[in-house]
Design a protein around this ligand. Structure first.
Ligand code: 5RP
Length: 246
């Protein structure tokens, strides 16, 4: 990207871009099967992949976009992309790069602020390596009481699932759409209940527990795939926090 364009960006966007570029420059290699995440940070990694392909520095990338937003960006940038069910990707992904809403000291995550948690989790758990890009504002001491955890639920289970979530000690809010009347409908036809726990919880256990509730399709705790985390800091550096062995 040109220097003039960079100097016009706000600080937050610059940090997101630094993290996105750093992860691609250090982890993406020609020939990779690459999961591409969703959101305003991950999109910079997608753009960097597009840039390196256009320059010829990278070749033969087989991308899997985790959302419509990312698929459209791949189309714009001419990044070849495939279904996860295709023969090209049937053996899984080499690396998935994605953003996160919160990262705790164990590198456990909350994701799904952009509503793409279901396929983001499929991609993460189908990858040999997993990398998360964030700015330092996403780091937190614990998960569950701050940024709300998205729970994707089939519409018919809206009230009953909310009742069970409240019994878990969570405050539950139906995610409302912007510039469309009514709730957010995910790319899979479901609704999202954003929940916040009133007392401390164990995210590792909660990721499994929440998916036991009838009607819950997936939840935004990501604890079972240890990521390396690229953190863009206001000092202008990008730090990496290695994956924590489980
Ligand atoms: C989308 C996600 C995003 O990665 C997460 O919400 C972070 O987004 P951003 O980088 O825009 O803050 O999980 O479902």
């Amino acid at each position: 990207m040109e220097q003039g364009t960079i100097s016009l960006m706000n600080e937050e966007t610059k940090l997101k871009m630094q993290a996105g570029y750093a992860v691609v420059d250090s982890m993406v290699k020609s020939g990779m099967k690459l999961g591409l995440g969703t959101g305003s940070t991950a999109i910079h990694a997608v753009r960097r992949v597009g840039e390196l392909l256009a320059q010829g520095t990278l070749r033969d990338i087989f991308a899997f976009p985790t959302s419509l937003q990312t698929e459209i960006e791949c189309e714009k940038l001419k990044i070849p992309f495939f279904s996860l069910n295709s023969k090209e990707l049937s053996s899984g992904l080499d690396l998935t790069i994605d953003g996160a809403d919160e990262v705790d000291p164990q590198n456990y995550l909350i994701k799904g602020g952009g509503g793409a948690l279901l396929i983001e989790k499929v991609a993460a758990y189908a990858s040999s390596e997993y990398a998360i890009v964030v700015d330092e504002s996403k780091l937190t001491k614990s998960l569950g009481g701050g940024f709300p955890v998205p729970v994707e639920v089939v519409p018919a289970a809206r009230v009953q699932a909310a009742r069970v979530l409240e019994k878990f000690g969570a405050a539950v809010i139906l995610r409302e759409a912007v510039r469309k009347a009514g709730p957010v409908i995910t790319e899979h036809g479901n609704i999202i209940l954003d929940i916040r726990f009133c007392s401390p919880i164990n995210p590792l256990l909660m990721e499994t527990e929440l998916n036991q509730i009838p009607g819950v399709v997936e939840n935004g705790f990501f604890t079972r795939k240890p990521p390396v985390v690229y953190i863009a800091c206001s000092a202008g550096t990008v730090e990496t926090r290695p994956a924590v062995k489980q």
